[in-house]
Design a protein around this ligand. Sequence first.
Ligand SMILES: [Ca+2]
Ligand SMILES: [Ca+2]
Length: 122
Amino acid sequence: CYTFNTSPRSWPLAQAQCRAMGGHLVAMETEDEYNFVRQSLQNTPYVRHSWWTSATDMDREGSWVWAAADDRSMNTFGFWIENEPNDFGGEHCGILDQAHSFAMNDKNCSLKLPFICENTYG
Ligand SMILES: [Ca+2]
Ligand SMILES: [Ca+2]
């Protein structure tokens, strides 16, 4: 199941908070899951925010993975906004971007944003 946390956190703190609750930042391994999460964000007040996901290239620049997922590889179907990820000024963490219908953008990991936790068990 998913938990939508509207209290803004940096990516590392968001990941730590998800882990403390027995989960991790959301990893959308399939297009179905991606569409489900996007759909869930259409409701007030979620629709007003951008959200951290577990997507990161902090281990190796340009090599995007879902942190802490069983299958870390990221598929390339339509997740990203056109011309993203662009590593603008050093961006290594992926958001669902409210300004772009929740397509993905890379952002500075220290940015404080709402975040989505995923718990495998329930
Ligand atoms: Ca990057
Ligand atoms: Ca970017």
